[in-house]
Design a protein around this ligand. Structure first.
Ligand code: NAP
Ligand code: HSE
Length: 430
């Protein structure tokens, strides 16, 4: 029996879905007894050249051709953004259609509303592709790991920024030059702000943390810093200190006290996340029973993302076949304290530009001593005739205490700039 599918969007991801579903239709039919068949595809412009062969009669600019077609029982949303995607998804769910989406923006902001609509209609809503592209993250967290209390998430969830930081590390180039190159090659978008300012990673973290910590997390709960201010000098010092700079999305649940943040950090080279390069993504998870786990793979791209979506299609078809659609997830949402809170004390890296004259270092050391901040290592370099650069690694210190000391440092006439203050993620026996 054929199961008719309506596809919303036929861009990078939609084209991959058409391609992969066509390739795997026989296998899916063998597995589920049901044959998935895309019958209608919503686009903005039916005349635009497409990367896949699509019969022109399947293309439409009218969402109602899919949403109001009673023969279509599954909708795959690959439009992106909030509206009209959210309205289309809600209409599909209310019409009793199962929905699969790759849309992290929509799930991060309207996940509760969408999941409630699916529960009410007793249909499936699946979104494995929304976080980490091809990497299975949602299903392991929602099902395979539910015997655990998850206490830590630590991930590289944005491929664009990981590509930029990896290139800065391997070539020594400055941020702006690498960004330009990434845009020219099509790796970074023309407007890269949601990637480089950390918003994309934060949306993905909100989705993962909601599932892992079983409590509702919104974007406002996440402290977000991007990578625009990272320089070639930071990357060079990180390397000398045995670390690489990564944009990390981190979450921890300390006995019901949840803390979340996205920002650049020095990751020691012995940590598995330090070896995740180029546009790859990875998620490190700690569960009380499972211990440390790491998931790694392609976080974006046409076929990698389609791999996750088609996996969701197979689950929807199995559920239809077994008459268990809309079945209860192995999750129980709990009220927890989720706040933009100060992260736990950790080692920090600072880079300062100072006047190169007697007594300046002593002034810095005195401010640190007053704040009870202990320095683990210090490197000083002459920049030019009157200026020097100082890179400091501290012992573990609360970010708030360090921030206050940094404010005092900034006021010293001989401290010209405090360029960077970055947390350090320890390596160890992972
Ligand atoms: P895309 O290449 O820009 O494709 C978007 C598609 O949606 C296009 O076919 C476009 O039609 C159609 N569309 C957009 N607005 C529409 C509207 N108002 N009405 C009808 N059709 C509309 O986007 P994408 O890269 O495939 O991304 C799709 C989704 O997947 C996003 O949520 C994204 O975050 C997510 N995602 C993407 C990747 C990736 O590697 N690209 C990875 C993981 C998740 P036209 O073709 O006619 O313009
Ligand atoms: N802009 C995203 C990234 C695409 O760079 O990872 C996948 O969500």
């Amino acid at each position: 029996m054929d199961v008719l599918i309506g596809l919303l969007g036929c861009g990078t991801v939609g084209s991959g879905v058409i391609d992969l579903l066509a390739k795997r239709a026989d296998r899916i039919e063998e597995l589920t007894g049901l044959r998935p068949q895309i019958t209608r595809i919503l686009v903005r412009d039916v005349h635009k050249p497409r990367d896949v062969n699509v019969p022109p009669s399947q293309l439409t600019t009218q969402a109602t051709d899919i949403l109001e077609d009673p023969n279509i029982s599954v909708v795959i949303e690959t439009i992106g953004g909030i509206e009209p995607a959210r309205s289309f998804v809600l209409a599909a769910l209310r019409a009793g259609k199962h929905v699969i989406t790759a849309n992290k923006d929509m799930i991060a902001e309207y996940g509760e509303e969408i999941l409630a609509a699916a529960e009410k209609a007793q249909v499936d809503i699946l979104f494995e592709a929304a976080v980490g592209g091809a990497i299975p993250l949602i299903r392991p967290l929602k099902e395979s790991l539910t015997a655990n209390v998850i206490t830590e998430l630590n991930g590289i969830l944005n491929g664009t920024t990981n590509y930029i930081l990896s290139k800065m590390t391997s070539t020594g180039a400055e941020f702006a030059d690498v960004l330009q190159e990434a845009q020219d090659l099509g790796y970074a978008e023309r407007d890269p702000s949601s990637d480089i300012d950390g918003l994309d990673a934060a949306r993905k973290l909100a989705i993962l943390a909601t599932i892992a910590f079983q409590t509702t997390v919104s974007l406002d709960d996440i402290q977000i810093t991007g990578i625009r201010s990272i320089t070639a000098a930071d990357v060079r010092y990180a390397n000398e200190l045995g670390a690489v700079i990564k944009l990390l999305a981190t979450g921890c649940d300390e006995g019901g006290d949840v803390r979340l943040q996205v920002g650049p950090a020095l990751v020691e080279k012995s940590h598995p996340l330090a070896r995740v390069d180029d546009a790859f993504n990875a998620l490190f998870i700690h569960g009380d029973a499972a211990g440390d786990l790491m998931f790694f793979g392609r976080g974006a791209g046409s076929l990698p993302t389609a791999s996750a979506i088609v996996g969701d299609v197979i689950e929807v078809l199995r559920n239809i076949r077994l008459s268990v659609s809309g079945r209860l997830g192995a999750m129980r949402m709990v009220a927890k304290t989720v706040n933009v809170r100060e992260p736990a004390p950790t080692r920090h890296f600072l880079r300062l530009e100072v006047s190169d004259k007697p007594g300046v270092f002593a002034q810095i050391a005195a401010i640190f001593a007053d704040a009870n901040i202990s320095m683990e290592s210090v490197v000083q370099r002459r920049l030019h005739e009157q200026a020097a650069e100082i890179a400091i690694m501290t012992h573990a210190i609360s970010p708030g205490v360090l921030k206050n000391a940094t404010l005092i440092l900034r006021d010293l006439p001989d401290v010209r700039f405090v360029h960077s203050v970055l947390p350090v993620v320890q390596g160890g026996n992972h």
